[in-house]
Design a protein around this ligand. Structure first.
Ligand SMILES: [Zn+2]
Length: 281
């Protein structure tokens, strides 16, 4: 291969807790009726305040310990600001400055894949687009469900390795009983960052692939991008930094939008939640 792929993964997993991240609504992934598990907090009514779910914090730390991470002594939550109809507050409570877990690794085929961080945030609602309709529906049952995000360093170099990493991670999540990590139910979601360069030590222009909802899609999506970007580079076309979606039927990626930078989200410390001090024995 003339070009060397460098891959990083961002993996989201919904945590298995009784209640949501910042309110006492049920965290029930099997609820069929829309907008049942909702309250003034997770639908962002004025004057409501969040309360941290301790069990969710415990599960993220447990995962971090299993993945050889350094657990932060002090941690806090931050606001990630963006507007979208599935996000009632118009910001997501997430972690940006002091994630719970940092600098871990997972060995795949006897090679360390470094884990940059594992942080805790809340999931968004779900948009439903009825076929042929000129409107969309929104279900807030999922809004506020504790969501763990794991970010790797760009240490992966093939589609097979990425798939294997995600599969191993699912096994660990299930063994620790922190998440059911069922990809078909959206309890585990993978995003891939991929870039190509002739020099294996250098990165190229980073392209992100979203909506990879199976291990097969992770593998196929990466293989497709390697082929697409190789063709472009060989014909001296410029690759743009962007977010691409995955079409499961055609098995191709497609351009969604140009990638946002962290500063576009105007992260700032969440003023409604206290700092957290973590004591690990
Ligand atoms: Zn609620």
């Amino acid at each position: 291969m003339a070009y060397f792929p460098t891959i990083g993964l961002e993996i989201h997993a919904e945590l298995k807790t009784k209640s949501k991240m910042f309110c006492s609504c049920a965290n029930n992934p099997d609820e069929k009726k829309a907008n049942i598990n909702i309250c003034p907090i997770c639908t962002a009514q004025p004057g409501t305040l969040p309360v941290i779910n301790k069990e969710a914090v415990r599960k993220v730390i447990k995962t971090g310990l299993a993945l050889n991470c350094r657990i932060s002594e002090h941690s806090k939550f931050d606001r990630k600001n963006y507007f979208y109809p599935d996000l009632p507050k118009a910001y997501q409570i997430s972690q940006y400055y002091l994630p719970f877990c940092q600098n871990g690794y997972l060995k795949i085929n006897n090679r360390k894949i470094r884990i940059r961080e594992i942080h805790l945030e809340e999931d968004t609602g779900k948009l439903i687009h009825p076929q042929g309709a000129d409107y969309s529906l929104v279900d807030f049952n999922r809004a506020g469900i504790p969501l763990m995000e794991l970010v790797t360093e760009p240490d992966i170099h093939s589609a097979k390795e990425a798939k294997k990493f995600a599969e191993e991670l699912r096994l660990i999540f299930r063994y620790l009983d922190v998440s059911d990590a069922n990809m078909e139910k959206g309890q585990m979601r993978c995003e891939v960052n991929i870039s190509l360069n002739k020099d294996p030590k250098k990165l190229g222009v980073k392209v992100e692939i979203k909506n990879l909802n199976s291990f097969r899609a992770v593998e196929k999506g990466i293989d497709y991008e390697i082929e697409r970007q190789t063709k472009m580079l060989e014909s001296r076309k410029k690759i743009i930094q962007e977010t691409r979606g995955w079409n499961n039927v055609k098995e191709i990626t497609f351009s969604q939008r140009e990638k946002e930078e962290a500063h576009d989200y105007r992260y700032f410390p969440e003023p409604d939640l206290p700092m957290i001090k973590i004591l690990t024995r």
